[in-house]
Write a protein that binds this ligand. Sequence first.
Ligand SMILES: [Zn+2]
Ligand SMILES: [Zn+2]
Ligand SMILES: [Zn+2]
Length: 325
Amino acid sequence: MELRQDPTTRAWILVGKEREKEDVKDTRCHFCRGNEDLTPKTIRALYNQKGEWIVRSFPDKSPIFQIEGNLDRQADGMFDKMRNIGAHEVIVEAPGHTTSLTSLSENVIADVLKMYRERVSDLKKDRRFKYILVFKNHGSLAGSLIEHIHSHIIGIPVIPARLERELRWAKSHYDMKGRCLFCDIIYQESKQKMRTVFENKDFISFCPFASRFSYEVWTLPLIHNHSFENNLEKEDVIDSLAQILKVILLKIERITNSYHVVFHISPNEYSFRTIRGDIGTIVDDFHWHIEILPRTERESRLQREEEFYINTVLPEDAAKMLREM
Ligand SMILES: [Zn+2]
Ligand SMILES: [Zn+2]
Ligand SMILES: [Zn+2]
């Protein structure tokens, strides 16, 4: 597989044949404690006092990226391509057979968040990775094949198109007004209170003004911070985030049992040769956040192929319903 850039959108596309997945006959759950022999070796785990793991990360069994080698970014005539260098890790979020984050206590969710923080910081030490994707697919409509709760962390040598666009417009807003776009959004949402769903001392959740999906919810730190992993250095911030995540997901699960949780975090600053040009103002103009994208039906063709979204639930109505649940 290799990464190719579409010159008309500047989006990077991973193309090529996927390695064939081996047929596993073993019917045991791959992610339950005790069945570690069914998964690759542990990268990092958090343990309880008995020395048993409670959150565990390991490399994905059939990764679409490979960890060894150089990017070999090269031209092919007018086109650009590079090797599919990356790191794909799975984080199993509970040792027992658990199917939703919401059935865990806030303390355990806090441990899961600590693991995300650690893995992000660690992968950012690798200068080849420009961005670290952190996401979770829950339920069959969201494409999750394994029900035992887990998430994915993927270090990649490019910035995903959607995030790249967000960074671009956040920078443009900052260049024009000298303020963070997301802080401005938070200010307006907390003043209008029409789309807010929940708030605690460190975070606010609301249905975005132009929600792409019905009951879409974003969660942002109230105090400006571009860096997920630095923000979560504070224990009490982790606890607040665990609380608000659990509250929001419990609400979402009353509407659908399929959703994506996507973290939008700052790119890896160490991986840019010219910090000034590309991401020079990122500390001031980017504001990390979580997007929860519920799936209630299969996406339409228009949405999938043209990224033109149709959402039949007004975000104001969605927020009111979620708030009052
Ligand atoms: Zn299991
Ligand atoms: Zn901000
Ligand atoms: Zn975002």
